[in-house]
Design a protein around this ligand. Structure first.
Ligand SMILES: Nc1ncnc2c1ncn2[C@@H]1O[C@H](COP(=O)(O)OP(=O)(O)OP(=O)(O)O)[C@@H](O)[C@H]1O
Length: 454
């Protein structure tokens, strides 16, 4: 592949590194996105946009062990083993760079780099076929491709989801502003990406902004950009997210979390269709398609006057309502099977099937964390199950009937309880054998059984 065709993502916590690399590479590559928060990597990689990632070895939390870099490298390659990753390492970290390559990175560059050298390294890496290096069979590569495209798939055969999908197909091609409503984990981000990918803007950036995670003080500079010297930390000119999304789509998640004063600022930009970087007096025309989402009851917020009616009317030209999973039980089996396949492959586990009793159990559950919770529950079950067919006991679900809450992902206590249940089952309730397998003393196992009410 030529560099001029390549889509590159750069991840580094140092904004100066990010802007320097972007400035250099955007002259050569088709697309260059930057991100300083590595937590967003799984999301960014899953969408399959990028051919190559430049990944820093060290993020703030753990300054120079490189441990975080290895962690993120693993995550990236789990999601897409064929993606090319170039690690960015500091001088003196050669050992670490070698280790990175052994762990699956394609190459490394030393920081601070020489521009020509960086471009040449990227060009070489893009020419090379990653599969050859991994010495994996062609079959494996084909599978991964299939998985990449299927992981973007929106699964939903219920009438409610079919309705959402039909409307989405119709509106994707237009430039209409879309507001996506739905509880946490119902697939709002996934749907926004689908709309972008099926629009005429699909070759341009899809920029996600989590407004819920943005403090009031950062809002303007993050969304609209700033010029050098606009405030103490503004060491360089910086484009905002609206500018980054130029020609593409901007997805404003958690719009219901905006304070009234920020709502007014956003409204002005949307009305005037131009942005002005903080500290500048030059306005830049806006060329983005706007998709917003919230899990809040925004109409009630409008009546309560906590959300501006004029902003509401501007963002909701088309409204798409994603129903909670408990209201569409027909979608549960296809979703569970989809994730079973995905995790079976990821963790190389011999689990092939889901019993009908388990499907029934899942259909009776209320899924407060919606699809994300189901995804995590299946993931846990695939890791822990000793059987080829998942059974009701393999899936630990929180008690039904509670209020919808945010799913928290892996819960160590859930995992521990499940492992104990499995061990007891395997040894027909024999405490000595189960304790030995779990690496616990009999007393420790009894204590835990008591704690979990077993
Ligand atoms: N219809 C679907 N088919 C398959 N997977 C889905 C579907 N909808 C969502 N997912 C998956 O479920 C997870 C949660 O989806 P997503 O992040 O889009 O939800 P969300 O509504 O944006 O969540 P939040 O409100 O917490 O931001 C993701 O891993 C996504 O890929």
């Amino acid at each position: 592949m030529l560099l001029s065709e390549a889509k590159i993502l750069i991840i580094d916590d140092d904004v100066d590194v990010l802007s320097a690399a972007k400035l250099l590479l955007k002259r050569h590559a088709k697309l260059v996105d930057i991100e300083k928060n590595p937590q967003k990597l799984p999301f960014l990689v899953t969408n399959g946009t990028y051919d190559l990632i430049l990944l820093d070895m060290n993020f703030t939390r753990d300054v120079n062990s490189g441990r975080e870099g290895f962690h993120w490298l693993d995550r990236i390659l789990d999601i897409n083993p064929n993606i090319k990753v170039i690690m960015i390492t500091a001088y003196g970290d050669i050992e670490m760079a070698i280790r990175a390559i052994k762990s699956g990175a394609t190459d490394f560059v030393l920081k601070p780099w020489e521009n020509d050298k960086l471009v040449a390294t990227i060009e070489d890496v893009l020419k090379e076929k990653k599969g050859e290096k991994l010495a994996s069979a062609t079959e494996e590569k084909t599978d991964t491709k299939k998985e990449k495209s299927s992981s973007d798939a929106i699964i939903g055969q219920s009438d409610a989801m079919q309705h959402v999908l039909k409307t989405s197909e119709r509106v994707a091609a237009t430039d209409a502003n879309v507001l996506i409503l739905g509880e946490n984990g119902t697939g709002k981000t996934q749907l926004a990406r689908y709309l972008h990918q099926h629009s005429q803007r699909s070759e341009k950036p899809f920029v996600v902004v989590d407004l819920g995670a943005l403090s009031d003080s950062l809002f303007e500079s993050e969304l609209f950009g700033h010029v050098k010297g606009a405030f103490t930390d503004a060491k360089e000119d910086r484009a905002g997210r609206f500018e980054e999304a130029k020609g593409g789509t901007i997805f404003l998640d958690e719009i219901g979390n905006l304070t009234l004063s920020l709502q007014a600022k956003l409204l002005t930009v949307l009305q005037e269709r131009k942005v002005t970087r903080v500290g500048s007096n030059k306005s830049i025309p806006l060329d983005v398609r706007l998709i917003c989402a919230t899990n809040m009851n925004i109409e009630t917020m409008v009546s309560d006057k906590t959300f501006r009616q004029d902003l509401f009317y501007r963002i909701n030209t088309i409204e798409l309502d994603l129903p909670p999973l408990r209201d569409r039980p027909e979608d549960i089996a296809p979703l569970a099977e989809f994730y079973l396949k995905q995790f079976r492959k990821k963790y190389n586990r011999p689990v092939n099937d889901i019993s009908s009793a388990l499907i029934k159990k899942m259909q009776q559950y209320n899924w407060p964390g919606n699809i994300r919770e189901l995804q995590h529950a299946i993931e846990r079950a695939v890791i822990l199950s000793q059987e080829k067919t998942l059974q009701p006991d393999d899936l630990f679900l929180k008690n039904s009937g509670g209020q919808p809450t945010t799913a928290t992902g892996f819960d160590l206590e859930d995992m521990e309880k499940n492992m104990i249940v499995q061990a007891l089952k395997r040894f027909n309730g024999n405490i000595t054998d189960a304790a030995r397998e779990l690496g616990l003393s009999r007393a420790a196992l009894y204590r835990r059984m008591e704690k979990y009410g077993l």
